[in-house]
Design a protein around this ligand. Structure first.
Ligand code: FAD
Length: 810
């Protein structure tokens, strides 16, 4: 094919992801698409995939994406005439110990919450379904009847044909060598066969996506890892429709293939490949068989399926696949480049994800907004830290090694730490802080009392920090606590058009008098919540914006994308400022002792943002709280954070440092929503109970207003609600099913323990197509399904703690 001189959208990569994206761009959007593949279609990672297709993930949206894949694979042959090899064999997952069984009970509840069928079955039932298996060590298994398997190459060829049928052009044997940029925008794609002008580029380059991204200044933090499986000769008695099998306690998986078995695994000592570029001519290439490394899987697999001992190995596949530092794939608009989108890093579930990932990525490319909450896979969950190849490699190998380990709640990664520390790190460590890490920052999760181990000891029930966090919680409620929140993302927006720009971007009225701070959501065009943050007006044309640590790149990107091209200057100032949150009934007394400023309620009312000094350091004192107590976020130049901390600690006999786990408990009692779990792009402020923070009165236009106006006054079909559970043994983690009068009506988006209430607390959306009115809510009887057990719960539509907000305004 002769290369065209231009195309609206150039998709790079002819693996399953590129072909699916091209297919959806052409089919759903009639876009002018050109797909470029340096070798042949499927010749990267796709051709050698094992083809297991699972659907359940811990995010409802990602589960929806994977379910979409299955629907697509079922029907694609009817459209294109090319079969995908889809077989709905179902999937068995085996449990051999009580922790794994608890994990499965929780997963089965998640499946129920997400509308997926999943059963827990006995070892005997497993034996009947899979007679070749030794079930003697099993506690039980989970059974997902709608999972299955497919042929990776066939799906991809079918998608490629479908893409062509809808008008996409596919050019094989064309290598992208660079980009012509105008500022941060790609104007042309350079190839070994000429230059192509385009509006947008979609980087579906598999494990090459990192180096392709780098050509446009884009970081795609993935790392290629060697992954092996074997294909055996025929095994007598193996049914052609045998369910796919995952045996996580033995770190292995199985799938029937032409009468034999495909068997592979995830080892704790994975073999990373290059941290530099992928070698040239890596088309349809494999590594040499590595039986030594594979022996650990073989041994476990034989213990599970003894027939394997006597059957020959027909072929070993040792292929490269890209993995990521958190085990999720990478999708969406590259923050560094105005018109490159990425779909890569599929962590050995690219076949399962391919159909759905192509669908949502195509929507994103065409509309500039994700069609649903894709935060778990959003490329903007990373930061500058992820440009460090060695760090990415180290963390990715840890994530790979954990693929099949029991996922304990609250578990932290260990590799590549400490990476970014606040100036208080040593001080807090000396006070026995146990740290977690968020976007590279070390943050105190809790403080271990003297005589106890200063480390997390994970378990499925209450963990070793439970009581210590309870003491921290009580201290904040009764006296005062100091939180090191220096990792908060912070931006400054300035310039003559700053106020006007924020008025458009923010749903709340943030353009108020100088010295005012406002809590606001940023909405997408559907009225969904894209960000949740505070905006402080420090001067007529200077706004200080603070948001959560993990949302740094995302929120910056969202704001930057919606700013005018002139009249504003927008800067990320995260590392310029340390943040100490002084919270609790004694906060004012303590603050008064360290600053000459008037800290009375009249001088510093709730929602004020003032410049004061503490220990000679300039401080932006923001009167706001996430814990439901009187308090301030004190922002001070990073290098003076230590001095401010020391002054506060000295002045407050009753002041103690407090960690993030207590913060979580405190905010649950107060009913404060957390973005990414409680409030997401799938939810409007009305549904979230945040309508009070939206400037619907008056006619000020803002992003999302039209969508909200379209639904204003109509009955809400879902509403954010709180629940408490009296059962002291209940452990709420999120995703538990909400039952109203015995019927599923939603699931928890957050769960935890409220120490002041002495109860477990959960939040989630209650859904009802005919409308969720106050009366309908109040008339119901509620239960939560917690790890498979139906447990009575009480509905709470107001904050459990301080429902009138009197304490925070004191
Ligand atoms: C051994 C093994 C077993 C697996 N088993 C499963 C499984 O059972 N289930 C499952 O869901 N997943 C599985 N996977 C994962 C799956 O194979 C991948 O997630 C998936 O194939 C990734 O598809 P992709 O399109 O992102 O990448 P690729 O298939 O690698 O496609 C990227 C394409 O981009 C092209 N490209 C790169 N650079 C350029 C350039 N400069 N110019 C033009 N073209 C370029 C490459 O040639 C390549 O064809 C397995 C992977 C391995 C290694």
């Amino acid at each position: 094919m002769t290369l065209p001189a231009q195309a609206q959208i150039v998709v790079i990569g002819g693996g399953i992801i590129g072909c699916s994206t091209a297919y959806h761009l052409a089919r759903d959007h009639k876009a002018d698409v050109l797909l470029l593949e340096q070798g042949k279609i499927t010749s990267g990672s796709t051709w050698h995939a094992a083809g297991l297709v699972g659907q359940l993930r811990s995010s409802a949206s990602i589960t929806r994406v994977l379910k979409y894949s299955v629907e697509l694979y079922k029907g694609l042959a009817a459209e294109t005439g090319l079969d995908t090899g889809w077989k709905m064999t179902g999937c068995l997952r085996l449990a051999t110990n009580p922790d794994r069984w608890t994990e499965f009970r929780r997963l089965a509840t998640t499946a129920k919450s997400f509308g997926m069928e999943m059963h827990l079955i006995s070892p005997e039932e497993v034996r009947q379904m899979w007679p070749l298996m030794d079930v003697s060590d099993l506690v039980g298994a989970s059974w997902l009847p709608t999972d299955g398997q497919a042929s990776p190459s066939d799906i991809t060829q079918s998608l490629a044909k479908g893409a062509r049928m809808h008008g996409a052009r596919i050019a094989e044997g064309v290598k992208v060598t660079g980009f012509v940029m105008a500022g941060n925008r790609i104007t042309h794609v350079e190839t070994d066969q000429g230059r192509i002008a385009c509006d947008k580029v979609v980087n579906c380059g598999g494990m090459w996506a990192r180096q392709l991204g780098a050509m446009a200044g884009v970081a795609v933090p993935l790392h290629p890892v060697k992954h092996q499986y074997i294909i055996t000769e025929r095994i007598d008695g193996l049914a052609p429709d045998a369910p796919t099998l995952r045996d996580p306690d033995r770190r292995t998986y199985f799938k029937e293939e032409v009468g034999g078995l495909v068997m592979g695994g995830y080892e704790p000592d994975p073999q990373g490949w290059v941290t530099g570029d992928i070698p040239e001519n890596w088309e349809f290439r494999l590594f040499d068989d590595d039986f030594d490394h594979f022996a650990q899987h073989m041994e476990q697999a034989i213990a599970r399926v003894p027939a394997l001992e006597k059957v020959g190995v027909k072929q070993m596949i040792n292929g490269a696949e890209s993995f990521t530092p958190d085990g999720n794939f990478i999708l969406g608009p590259a923050p560094e480049c105005a018109n490159m989108y990425v779909g890569a890093g599929f962590n050995a579930f690219g076949i399962a994800s391919g159909g759905g990932a192509g669908w949502v990525l195509a929507e994103w490319v065409m509309k500039g907004e994700a069609p649903l909450d894709l935060w778990a896979v959003d490329i903007r969950r990373f930061s500058g830290l992820h440009r460090d190849r060695n760090w990415v490699a180290e963390r990715t190998l840890e994530a790979y090694g954990k693929h099949y380990t029991v996922a304990f709640p609250h578990e932290e990664y260990q590799s590549g730490r400490p990476r970014i520390v606040s100036p208080l790190y040593d001080r807090l460590k000396a006070r026995r802080a146990v740290f977690g890490s968020k976007l590279g920052w070390e943050r105190p999760n809790w403080f271990a009392p003297e005589g106890t181990a200063a480390q997390d000891i994970y378990s499925m029930g209450r963990q070793n920090w439970f009581d210590a966090v309870g003491q921290e919680h009580a201290h904040v409620r009764e006296k005062a606590g100091l939180f090191d929140q220096s990792s908060f993302a912070k931006y400054e927006l300035s310039g003559p058009k700053a106020a006007e720009a924020l008025e458009w971007i923010c749903a709340n009225r943030v353009v108020r008098e100088v010295g005012r701070l406002t809590y606001t959501q940023l909405l997408n065009s559907r009225g969904g919540i894209e960000a949740d943050l505070t905006v402080a007006r420090m001067a007529d044309d200077l706004f200080y914006i603070v948001t959560g640590t993990g949302f740094r790149t995302h929120d910056f990107g969202w704001i930057a994308d919606h700013l005018p091209t002139d009249g504003v200057s927008f800067r990320d100032v995260t590392e310029d400022w340390g943040t100490l949150s002084l919270m609790g009934p004694e906060a004012r007394d303590i603050l008064a002792r360290v600053t000459p400023a008037d800290v009375s309620g009249a001088a510093l009312p709730f929602g004020s943002a003032r410049e004061i000094t503490i220990a000679g350091a300039p401080v932006r004192a923001l009167r706001v709280t996430y814990v439901g107590e009187l308090g301030w976020e004190l922002h001070t130049p990073l290098d003076q954070t230590g001095a401010v901390f020391d002054a506060l600690m000295e002045a407050g006999a009753n002041l103690r440092p407090v960690g993030y786990r207590a913060l979580e408990s405190l905010r649950l009692e107060k009913g404060y929503r957390a973005w990414s779990s409680d409030i997401t792009p799938n939810d409007t402020p009305f549904e979230a109970g945040l309508g009070w923070a939206v400037k619907m009165k008056g006619n000020t236009p803002f992003l999302g207003r039209a969508a909200l106006e379209a639904v204003a006054g109509r009955p809400l079909t879902k509403r954010f609600a709180g629940f408490t559970v009296d059962d002291p043994a209940a452990v709420l983690l999120g995703r538990e099913t909400i039952l109203r009068d015995g019927q599923p009506v939603g699931y928890l988006t957050s769960g935890g323990y409220g120490y002041t209430m002495g109860k477990s607390i959960g939040f989630g959306y209650v859904r009802h197509a005919e409308g969720v009115s106050d009366d309908w809510l109040a008339a119901g009887r509620y239960d939560l399904v917690i790890a498979g057990t139906t447990t009575p719960a009480r509905l709470a539509m107001r904050p459990l703690y301080d429902p009138e907000g009197l304490r925070i305004r004191a």
